[in-house]
Design a protein around this ligand. Structure first.
Ligand code: ZN
Length: 214
C-alpha cells in the first residue's frame, strides 16, 4: 500500500530540523503544508528552503490557520490564500498545492467558501486533503498507536497528517516510520487521487462537498 506523508503547521525551528533529519536518514519524501505567517521568520523560512532543497514538496496551509475558510468572508479567505502564496514565492511546488485547515482534522463544507474555491480553480491549484489524522498535536505520545490502527484499517492509499510542532510528538517519528517501513508501506511524494478533490484547477466529483457559502 502507498502512503503520502505530510507535515502541517510549521515550519518550527524546534521541530522541523529533527523531522528533516529523520526523513533524510530514512529516504522518505514528504509534503510540508506551511502556515504563511510563520515564513516571515527568517529561521522558519530557511527550514522551508531546506525541506524544498531536500526534495520535499511545500504547500500553502493558509496565512494564519484561523477559522476554516468556509466560515470566513470572501475577502478574508482570499487573503489567507493569496498572502501565503506571496510569502511562499519560490518555495512553492510547481503544482500549486493548497491544504485548508479543518479544525482538528474534520472534513466537510466548512473547508472552503465559494470565493476560495473559485480562486483555487482559476489559479490551477490542487487541494490536498487527508484520510488519517492521528492527533499528534494533542496526543504527543499516543499518536503512533493511533496511526498504526488507522493504517491497519486502510483500504485506499493513505495521506497521513502529522505536525512539525514543538510539542514533543516528533520524538517518536523515527521509530514510527521504521515500523511502517518494515510493514512494507511505500512512500509516495505526491498525494493520491482519493485525497485530491481539486487537481490543477479541475474539480473532481467530490469538490463541491467542501464548499459552503458564497
Ligand atoms: Zn493545520
Amino acid at each position: 500500500m502507498e502512503l503520502c506523508l505530510s507535515f502541517d503547521n510549521g515550519p518550527e525551528p524546534e521541530a522541523t530540523p529533527g523531522v528533516l533529519t529523520v526523513l533524510a536518514h530514512r529516504r522518505i519524501p514528504a509534503m510540508f503544508f506551511v502556515i504563511g505567517e510563520k515564513l516571515r521568520d527568517p529561521k522558519a523560512r530557511a527550514l522551508a528552503e531546506q525541506a524544498r532543497d531536500a526534495g520535499h514538496v511545500i504547500g500553502n496551509h493558509t496565512l494564519t490557520h484561523g477559522a476554516p475558510l468556509g466560515r470566513r468572508s470572501a475577502t478574508e479567505a482570499l487573503h489567507e490564500i493569496l498572502e501565503t502564496d506571496a510569502l511562499l514565492g519560490n518555495l512553492a511546488a510547481p503544482e500549486r498545492y493548497f491544504r485548508p485547515n479543518g479544525g482538528g482534522g474534520a472534513l466537510g463544507a466548512h473547508l472552503l467558501n465559494g470565493a476560495a474555491a473559485r480562486h483555487l480553480m482559476a489559479t490551477q491549484a490542487s487541494m490536498v486533503l487527508w484520510n488519517a489524522v492521528p492527533g499528534d498535536f494533542r496526543d504527543a505520545d499516543g499518536w503512533p498507536a493511533t496511526a498504526h490502527a488507522m493504517l491497519r484499517a486502510a483500504c485506499e492509499p493513505m495521506v497521513l497528517v502529522l505536525h512539525d510542532l514543538p510539542n514533543g510528538a516528533m520524538r517518536h517519528l523515527d521509530r514510527f516510520l521504521g515500523e511502517i517501513q518494515d510493514q512494507g508501506w511505500a512512500f509516495r511524494p505526491d498525494p493520491p487521487a482519493c485525497c485530491v478533490p481539486l487537481r490543477q484547477g479541475i474539480p473532481g466529483p467530490d469538490f463541491a462537498r467542501y464548499i459552503s457559502g458564497p
